[in-house]
Design a protein around this ligand. Sequence first.
Ligand code: KG4
Ligand code: ZN
Length: 324
Amino acid sequence: MIVLGIESSCDETGVAIVKNEKKILANVVATSLKLHSRHGGVVPEIASRMQLESIVSVFVEAIKIAKIKPEQIDLVAVTSHPGLPGSLMVGVSFAKALALALEKPILGVNHIYSHVYANVLCHSNIKFPAVALVVSGGHTSLFYINDFSKIQVLGQTRDDACGEAFDKVAKIMGLGYPGGPLIEKIAKDGNKQKIKFACSGMDNELDFSFSGIKTAVLYYLKNKKTGIKLNRDLAASFQESAINVLVKKSLLACKRKKVSNLLIGGGVAANSCLREKFITHAKLAGIKCFFPDIKLCMDNAAMIAGFGANIYKHGARSDLYLKM
Ligand code: KG4
Ligand code: ZN
């Protein structure tokens, strides 16, 4: 089965072609990231305008790379939620037009679950049931997954997402956008033990809260003179605290659900400090930890196509009235 995936939930425009749920024939992503950096965050109007301008050429390039004819596509899978409404509308409208013209089925898919599925595109030795953690700019959630059509939410953030906290802390420190890679870069030379940031307790132990650490960084900086050294220590200490919470809660979820496979996905999963810490602690707990390749941690359409193919096989359906 050949599935064409379309992703346009935030600032990326992605089109991918995936065969038999796993084999990536093409995965093209255009991003408007640079246009947002001077505004310190994604400007929805700029994102959707760029998506409108680039979606046709991204589609043409994907078809060319995959060396297929559009008629060979069996299913059009598209991110239908969650995301920026204007951005989602570009992808969903394009998907509908394509499905109609090719007389092929369309399927709307969940962007967050697709981040978990990115692991299946990269590894063939995952054992289900598993626990999954999605850490992105918009979400921080823990899931229990037996099969991809019945995903159970175990916990989620009550305020900021983890990536959002990286972005906001970077903004407070005047580093720029997106904050995650910038914090990671300067944290390498910082002292992670310098400042202790505590995370607030939650009623559900598997829920997250990151706005407290972000505010603590803000107050810490208020009374200090910023400098390169302070920024490095601050970045390292913030990163350490945020990652420690993710590791602790993910391993607790594995213990509670009695599973030994942990899948991690989303943009923050590209962080090398996070990867190392998860691998070390999971090993000590007898848990096998999986990450997608860096390119597949970020927003992309291959994960949409793969996930779409998987749930379509299990009976998921949409039609041309698909809503976002
Ligand atoms: O999954 P993604 O591409 O988009 C969403 O679905 O939100 O994630 C983007 C987020 C941004 O907040 C960005 O700062 C963060 O992922 N990010 C990182 C790193 N690379 C991207 N956070 C920490 N360390 C990184 N290396
Ligand atoms: Zn995402």
